[in-house]
Design a protein around this ligand. Structure first.
Ligand SMILES: [Zn+2]
Length: 257
């Protein structure tokens, strides 16, 4: 599906208003990306004007990774039509969701906010297992549930780490956004947690081994996540990402002890 007349339409069912991503290459010079009908990226700017055919082809092949990364970035929010390659991969995706439940059961529960976080992790494992085991119409709904639980968990963790009154309004706004923009909430609160982890390591050297393991597993997780988006035909990348992400999340428990 990479020809010049390739048209990609992904309807992203998020929020009250869905996001519609369209990509079209109408001619050799115009390659445009639309989000909700508005032009979002025009690769003809990358190609430049007045190129001869050979230069154009070379630039287009260079732009291919940009296109794939763009899709990969939006892929987690898009409608998957071919998630699993075979039944064994479905089993692998379901089984590798279960470690999140284990991590949730192991998480400290000293305070109410920590309890919420621990329970949200159990929810992440359960929602992910249900989504990966599902088929048919329920799959889209369960996929949304999967993202919503991940965002809720990211929010609960940063709330457990940042309990100052000053943050209350920010957390209330984030909680309101979870059903509509789960991906944004996940990124925002994971960033906050990462900054807190890095800062705490400076004052608590005992956290250093956990932080080192966290850094390695997070980098491996990011690589697998990108690889899953860039090479969707490769099986078991998603299951491998589940496992590495579970290790990364496990190290957060040290922050709550
Ligand atoms: Zn998954």
């Amino acid at each position: 599906m990479e020809s010049d007349l390739w048209i990609c339409c992904c309807e992203l069912h998020f929020g009250l208003r869905g996001v519609r991503l369209e990509h079209s290459v109408a001619s050799s010079e115009d390659e445009e990306w639309y989000v909700n009908g508005s032009k979002h990226l025009n690769l003809s700017l990358v190609y430049g004007n007045g190129c001869n055919n050979r230069t154009m082809e070379r630039l287009k092949s260079r732009a291919q990774p940009v296109r794939r990364l763009w899709l990969c970035w939006l892929r987690p929010l898009s409608k998957h039509k071919h998630d699993d390659h075979c039944f064994l991969e479905t089993i692998a995706n379901v089984v590798t969701s279960l470690p999140f439940i284990f991590v949730g059961l192991q998480a400290p529960r000293k305070k109410t906010v920590s309890k919420f976080y621990a329970d949200s992790l159990i929810g992440v494992g359960a929602a992910s297992s249900l989504y990966h085991a599902s088929r048919g119409k329920a799959r889209q709904l369960l996929r949304r549930g999967d993202y919503t639980m991940i965002a809720t968990s990211a929010l609960c963790l940063s709330r457990a780490l940042l309990q100052s009154e000053n943050w209350k309004g920010f957390f209330a706004c984030s909680a309101a956004l979870v059903p509509f923009q789960p991906f944004l909430v996940t990124i925002l609160h994971t960033g906050l947690t990462e900054a807190t982890f890095a800062r705490r390591v400076q004052t608590q050297p005992l956290l250093k081994p956990a932080h080192n393991l966290h850094t390695i597993s997070s980098l491996a997780g990011a690589t697998l996540f990108l690889a899953d988006g860039l090479y969707p035909q490769t099986p078991y990348l998603h299951a491998a990402w589940h496992l590495v992400a579970a290790v990364s999340v496990l190290t957060y428990n040290k922050l709550l002890e």
